[in-house]
Design a protein around this ligand. Structure first.
Ligand SMILES: [Cu+2]
Length: 174
C-alpha cells in the first residue's frame, strides 16, 4: 500500500511544506513542485483556515523552554472560529501545530529525522523567542485533537496539549 512509511509520509508532509528552504532541499523531497502561495483553505480533519475578522474568540497560549504549553488543555465548540494568540516566553524557537494525534506523531518523528525541514500551514505558528504568533482557525469538526510543538525533540519531551472540539448539539424545542 505504501512504498515505505517514511517516503510516503515525506511526500505527504512535503505537500505541507513551504519552499522557504533551499530549492535543492525542496527538489530532494520529491518530484512534485511546491507552491508557496497564499493561505490555502483546505478542509482538514481538525478544521479549516479562517479570516482574522471572523474570529469570535481569542485563546491565549504561552509556550516556553520547559517544553510545556500554558494552558495545555483547551476546549472549543464545533463551528467556532478562534484566534489562538501564541506567545513564546522561552529562549528557543517553538511552534504550535494543530492536528490529530497520529498526524502530529508522524510529523514529529519526521522533524527529528529532518530537523531543518521547513513547514508552514495555516494551522501552525512558528514563534521565535520572545515573540508572538497566531492561528485563526474554524473548528468545524468535533473531536479530540491535539496541539504540539514539532521542533525536533520537543514533542517527545511532552510539548503537547489537548484540544477538544465539542459537538454542536441540536437544540430541542421546549
Ligand atoms: Cu518547542
Amino acid at each position: 500500500m505504501r512504498l515505505t512509511a517514511s517516503t510516503s509520509f515525506l511526500a505527504a508532509c512535503c505537500a505541507l511544506c513551504v519552499g522557504l528552504g533551499m530549492p535543492d532541499d525542496v527538489q530532494a523531497h520529491g518530484a512534485q513542485p511546491h507552491h508557496a502561495g497564499p493561505v490555502r483553505k483546505e478542509q482538514k480533519d481538525w478544521g479549516i483556515a479562517a479570516e482574522r475578522r471572523d474570529a469570535r474568540r481569542t485563546i491565549r497560549i504561552t509556550m516556553g523552554d520547559d517544553m510545556r504549553f500554558h494552558p495545555d488543555n483547551i476546549e472549543v465548540k464545533e463551528g467556532d472560529t478562534v484566534r489562538l494568540s501564541i506567545r513564546n516566553t522561552g529562549k528557543l524557537m517553538h511552534e504550535l501545530v494543530i492536528g490529530t494525534p497520529p498526524v502530529l506523531e508522524e510529523h514529529a518523528a519526521l522533524m527529528v529525522k529532518f530537523p531543518d525541514m521547513v513547514h508552514d500551514e495555516p494551522y501552525m505558528a512558528h514563534v521565535p523567542p520572545g515573540q508572538s504568533g497566531e492561528i485563526v482557525w474554524t473548528f468545524n469538526r468535533a473531536g479530540d485533537f491535539r496541539f504540539a510543538c514539532l521542533m525536533a525533540g520537543h514533542y517527545q519531551a511532552g510539548m503537547v496539549g489537548d484540544l477538544r472540539v465539542s459537538p454542536r448539539v441540536a437544540s430541542k424545542a421546549p
